[in-house]
Design a protein around this ligand. Structure first.
Ligand code: ZN
Length: 179
């Protein structure tokens, strides 16, 4: 397979299951890996096309919207229960950022549960192979409290997901965060 590094520093290559996104260069912790571009669609469209690859590839974008990455690189972003990246939202755009240092050639993965709100029913079987694998990937509230607190404290949970959470107090989400 041709492995061309895209201008944004990522490579689409063969992963454990299907294809995945790989680092074409090293990334520092918190460095932006990719601006996640695509078409914003209403959640109704995902219900209509439930079970399709289209639905599985969409990433939550707001309270009632999702981002369809189309044929863009974000379409190949796989989940891991021990991720090295996270999705954040700034100025109404989604970005993939490095959650720790990422070495050249590493697969770039994030925890899908960080973009699945407690009002969201999407779930998936996981075969990421990590010792911490949760097997069944569900909404953010399904994560162990330590994991939730870690993601929130590091800014790895977009605000529109935090707003859906029933248990914000024990996660240390401040009233002053404007949520
Ligand atoms: Zn897993």
């Amino acid at each position: 397979m041709a492995r061309m590094t895209r201008p944004d520093g990522v490579i689409i290559g063969r992963a454990t299951v299907g294809r995945g996104l790989f680092a074409g260069r090293a990334f520092r912790r918190r460095e932006t890996v990719l601006a996640i571009r695509g078409r914003v669609v209403n959640y109704n469209l995902l219900w209509e096309r439930e079970g399709s690859a289209f639905s599985a590839n969409c990433i939550r974008f707001g309270p009632e919207t999702y981002l369809d990455p189309g044929g863009g690189p974000a379409r190949y972003l796989n989940h891991s229960c021990a991720p090295n990246a996270a999705v954040t939202k700034r100025a109404n755009r989604l970005y993939l950022v490095a959650a720790r240092r990422i070495a050249t050639g590493e697969e770039i993965v994030f925890d899908y549960s960080t973009t699945i709100g407690d009002d969201d029913v999407w779930r998936m079987r996981c075969k990421c192979g990590q010792p911490s694998c949760r097997r069944l990937i569900r909404n953010f509230g399904s994560l162990p409290i330590e994991r939730r607190a870690f993601y929130v404290a590091n800014g790895f949970v977009p605000p529109f997901i935090i707003r859906t959470l029933a248990d914000r107090v024990s996660l240390g989400v401040s009233r002053h965060a404007g949520l």
